[in-house]
Design a protein around this ligand. Structure first.
Ligand SMILES: *Cc1c(COP(=O)(O)O)cnc(C)c1O
Length: 375
């Protein structure tokens, strides 16, 4: 049996009529840029996250970029972030001429170690940019406290973590800004690119609305330089159909994770593999399991074995950010962030999408068991 890493067709089949009606309504209105569909989806996301303001943008990347721009991050500034994330996290900082300053991750959560942040703060530090990797909130209490004591801004890269919670509060609403992505593989995925920034601060919200539209306010007057970071009405319409289902899909992801745990235990693999703890610190947090990531000995050989068997998998991420070629001028070396490098070498994401069946999960575990039997 072949198992894809992600299969969105089953989700679409359940939403086909509603989605097509929502898309048709946008076509009938011929209102494609911002407008009522975007506004109503913004309000729905704000309500879902329990924050007053949500600003629809063109992608998760542009969400992060716009927040950094709204804070005036500029050449010479430093932003503290994780070296183990998707490229956009550090890429946005570098695009503004600022420097991402990395802090290594906790090997259990893959999130940056808050207790190592203080030693990297300098007079040039402007913001903390934690990532809620794989759907689990970073240690926001500690980070927020540190930021408040030093007058730093906290921007959450919550691109993988819509719906996640830390001590009962929603990801995105924990810092000064929260950034979401609606890339199709995220837990709430659009029919293309899209993103959102949420914030509690009305001044920041107004600035973001201006920045996403070329820094323009009023029309054709540009007090500052922004970009075209607008969310499409068509994407907003599609996403508005999906948002009410998000909690159900998250629950299914969590059930899938629990099923993997049972199957790996039954296969006698729990001493070879390190399974993720998706309990959210024993129930205090909510992990939304955007990715189910194991640590596996002989990871690359296992990948080949799974590919040959048609079992979907991916490595998020094979090269940590401090070792990316485009950042070579900062002079990082292998060994600078050992836990990030170890995670890049050892981890493997398995299929975890909501519609994954029992038989599919069994096929994934059987293929892995087979590899270690012959290894
Ligand atoms: C997906 C993702 C982004 C970028 O989002 P896009 O919508 O693809 O631009 C940024 N950071 C993280 C951690 C992500 O997973």
């Amino acid at each position: 049996m072949k198992v894809p890493l992600l299969d969105l067709r089953a989700q679409y089949a359940a939403l086909r009529e509603e989605t097509e009606a929502a898309v048709r309504a946008v076509f009938e209105s011929q209102h494609f840029i911002l407008g009522p569909a975007v506004e109503s989806f913004e309000q729905a996301v704000a309500a879902y996250c329990g924050v007053p303001h949500a600003i629809g943008v063109s992608s998760g990347t542009d969400a992060i970029l716009a927040c950094l721009m709204a804070e005036g991050v500029a050449p010479g500034d430093e932003v503290i972030t994780s070296p183990y994330s998707f490229f956009a996290t550090a890429g946005c900082v570098a695009r503004l001429g600022a420097r991402p300053v990395f802090v290594d991750i906790d090997p259990g959560t893959y999130n940056l170690r808050a207790d190592r942040v203080a030693e990297r703060i300098t007079p040039r530090t402007r913001a903390l940019l934690p990532v809620h990797l794989f759907g689990q909130p970073a240690d926001m209490d500690a980070l927020r406290e540190m930021a408040a004591a030093r007058g730093l801004t906290v921007i959450e890269d919550a691109c993988q973590a819509i719906g996640a919670e830390r001590n009962g509060a929603s990801a995105g609403g924990l810092g000064d800004y929260g950034c979401f992505s609606f890339f199709p593989s995220k837990n709430l995925g659009g029919a293309g690119d899209g993103g959102m920034v949420v914030t509690r601060d009305p001044v920041r919200a107004a600035r973001l609305r201006r920045l996403r539209n070329h820094g323009m306010e009023p029309k054709y007057i540009h007090p500052e330089i922004g970009g075209n970071f607008r969310l499409d009405a068509l994407q907003a319409a599609v996403l508005a159909v999906k948002l009410p289902r998000l909690d159900g899909w998250t629950a299914a992801r969590q059930r899938n994770a629990a099923r993997y745990e049972r199957l790996f235990l039954a296969a006698g693999l729990t001493d070879r593999l390190t399974l993720p703890d998706v309990s959210g610190r024993g129930g205090r947090d909510r992990h939304v399991v955007n990715q189910y990531v194991i640590r596996a000995p002989q990871r690359d050989a296992l990948r080949e074995h799974l590919s040959a068997r048609g079992i979907g998998h991916e490595v998020y991420y094979p090269v940590p950010l401090h070792l990316q070629p485009c950042f070579a001028h900062w002079g990082h070396r292998p060994g600078d962030f050992p836990e990030s490098e170890r995670a890049a070498a050892e981890t493997l994401a398995l299929p975890i999408y909501a519609e994954l069946t029992d038989a599919q999960a069994e096929a994934v575990v059987a293929a892995i068991a087979d590899f270690y039997r012959s290894a």
